[in-house]
Design a protein. Structure first.
Length: 153
């Protein structure tokens, strides 16, 4: 883990809320100069603490209002089969999150799709076509109560 001090953590908290916050404003909030804030942000980007600077897009605004959570159990769990499943799920545009998990399921996916027909297409193209899916369970989100990427530190 990279050594982060209290200034770094304070900067990260601000950037998690809004990464477009001007460095001058961040500096005022954490009591550092804007150039110092800039150096710290660049260091955290270079060391991988800050993985990406992205825009959070409303799924509804782009026609992907249906959130589907899928638990997947594989037939074969060899390292090669697990790696193949990871690649397949990573490459599927509908998959917003993919977690390789312990317990009854091997993977839990969170998808954003336009409709149940789009989800059915995903299952045919991705799950049934793989030949290694023993079974899957689908949950359709009725309301996204909390979503986000901010870490609580």
């Amino acid at each position: 883990m990279t050594d982060l001090d209290s200034f770094d953590l304070a900067i990260l908290r601000i950037l998690q809320r809004d990464n477009a916050t001007p460095q001058r404003e961040i500096g005022e909030q954490v009591h550092l100069s804007a150039p110092s804030v800039q150096r710290r942000i660049r260091r955290m980007e270079a060391t991988g603490v800050i993985e990406a600077n992205v825009a959070r897009v409303s799924p509804e605004a782009v026609g992907l209002a249906l959130t589907v959570i899928v638990q997947i159990e594989l037939l074969s769990e060899t390292p090669a089969d697990i790696d193949a499943a990871k690649r397949t799920f990573r490459d599927a545009p509908e998959v917003q999150q993919c977690h390789y998990v312990t317990g009854e399921a091997d993977f839990v996916l969170v998808l954003q799709v336009a409709s149940m027909a789009a989800y059915e297409d995903f299952t045919r193209r991705t799950l049934f076509a793989s030949g290694n899916v023993k079974k899957f369970r689908t949950m359709v989100s009725m309301d996204s109560v909390k979503t986000g990427t901010a870490l609580g530190f």
